[in-house]
Design a protein around this ligand. Sequence first.
Ligand code: P6P
Length: 336
Amino acid sequence: ATKKRSSFAIQTLTTWLLKQEQARNIDAELTIVLSSISMACKQIASLVQRAGISNLTGVQGAVNVQGEDQKKLDVVSNEVFSNCLKSSGRTKIIASEEEDVPVAVEESYSGNYIVVFDPLDGSSNIDAAVSTGSIFGIYSPYDECLADVDDDSTLDRTEERCVVSVCQPGTNLLAAGYCMYSSSVILALTVGNGVFIFNLDPLYGEFVLTQVDVKIPRAGKIYSFNEGNYLLWDERLRAYVDSLKEPAGAGGKPYSARYIGSLVGDFHRTLLYGGIYGYPRDQKSKNGKLRLLYECAPMSFIAEQAGGKGSDGHRRILDIKPEEVTNSLTYYLTID
Ligand code: P6P
């Protein structure tokens, strides 16, 4: 008798979150925060897809706190992310790479969670329709941050206490993920029990579960660095990268170089194909370029959940506590 093909039940992000909640891996409030993030990602995916049509390419004409030229879509994506999080009614503080300081969400909406996010990483690629992405991480508050702001003096204290509440080591992350806007719209998410991947099905606008408990391949043949900075690197790093170009013995070939210049794209390819990704410090960026809070910590949580490592070359990224929200550092994603 022919074996009946098991009916593969389509799991959406919504049903997956409910299962995680039923298994007590997340609570109902975190479910709502993650749902609001997925809503923001869907809206940004649509904006990115239509950027060239709706005149959303090009620069905003402003510079953000990181000293980067803001693209129009950086500003719009930041508003989309912030509005979705605020209207979820479950976020206490939101910290965006595009904002000068973390924002305490008004009392009427305040909830339990801190969300740090880069609303549109790699936006310099937008005008050429190259992959971009949103990156996010979720923490519990360190301490009560919202004071009754009754005069300007308490405003400073509230702002300062919000920065304290946000500057936590990545080991405190409850959830982290990214949404990549590329040939497919891909949401990669972990709540601490493995990495799960969802593809946005444009037919009905839902994130559909496509990969479960993803692990970085142990053997990878791709290295991903911006070699335009090669002469600015230290000697030992140059020697290491040179070693990857040595033709391997027994007919093997040297590593292949792949570099998109968009962290989410380079990270996602490394997560699925293996190899090494790095943005090392150099004589130009003495502390590296990638932000600890908004990029390196969430991506390192995902890397570790997939059996990999996020390191600054000496320390485990997740152990490093940001001193300020703009901290940047050398970053390597490796399998070991
Ligand atoms: P470079 C984008 O601006 C970003 O923060 C990351 O997405 C990307 O990996 C990196 O900078 C690219 O920097 O100096 O190689 O152009």
